[in-house]
Design a protein around this ligand. Structure first.
Ligand SMILES: [Zn+2]
Length: 232
């Protein structure tokens, strides 16, 4: 069996989605890539999180071909691949239909940065990525979803490592990070920020975005060369 440690990390990260309440049924998947080996490990399609084993994880090459594993990979594989191929430094991708983040997707709203909880994880608004048109859906739905995400970040000049998530209109969030587990942590943070934002807006529909000097302070004390948060 190829890449046993990578497989074990991907099993653990997928099961963490359940522990954090981010998935119901099988509505979510996590992958991790090994850029040196040129492989991606991803959850198999339709398998329950409790039944996941290292053997059940599917190993894919950079072209999307299965190189090790008996099961079919997650149907969202092609979206994960587009993110890995185009966002340097991303090592893990998570997709869920977590309730609060999906509510923003369905409402067609980006997630404003309303406070420091958000600023600790995302350097500003989490963007809304457009829905696909009829041809894009018919041609290659999952691959074109990934292309729409990449296109949005490129056109907006957004750094995918500083804003490691997006909300796709009519769909749900896609989240990434340095590893599978890091992308799950960002997925937890996104869901909490969306939940807080819904409550913020219900208390005050005119709530202001966090002033940029506080946004910068909170983001940069945890990220980048001047970071000083934690024991690192
Ligand atoms: Zn989905």
């Amino acid at each position: 069996m190829r890449a046993p440690e990578l497989r074990a990390r991907v099993v653990h990260a997928n099961q963490e989605l359940v522990r954090h309440g981010l998935v119901h049924l099988t509505w979510g998947n996590v992958s991790e890539c090994d850029r040196e080996e040129g492989i991606i490990a991803i959850k198999p399609s339709g398998v329950s999180y409790a039944e996941l084993t290292a053997e059940s994880i599917v190993i894919i090459d950079w072209d999307g071909k299965t190189v090790d594993g008996d099961l079919k990979p997650s149907s969202d594989l092609a979206t994960h691949l587009e993110i890995f191929r185009n966002f340097d430094g991303v090592g893990g991708v998570t997709h869920t239909h977590s309730t609060a983040a999906t509510a923003f997707s369905q409402a067609g709203k980006p997630l404003p940065c309303f406070g420091t909880t958000h600023a600790d994880h995302f350097f500003g608004e989490v963007p809304l990525v457009r829905e696909l048109n009829e041809e894009e859906v018919a041609e290659a739905y999952e691959e074109n979803t990934g292309k729409a995400i990449v296109e949005h970040f490129q056109n907006a000049g957004l750094d995918p490592l500083a804003v490691p998530a997006c909300l796709q209109k009519f769909h749900a969030p896609f989240i990434w990070g340095a590893s599978a587990m890091d992308s799950v942590k960002n997925a937890v943070a996104l869901e909490m920020c969306c939940d807080m934002a819904l409550k913020t807006l219900s208390l005050n529909p005119d709530a202001q975005a966090l002033p940029s000097h506080i946004l910068r302070k909170h983001y940069l004390r945890k990220h980048g060369p001047g970071a000083y948060y934690g024991q690192g």
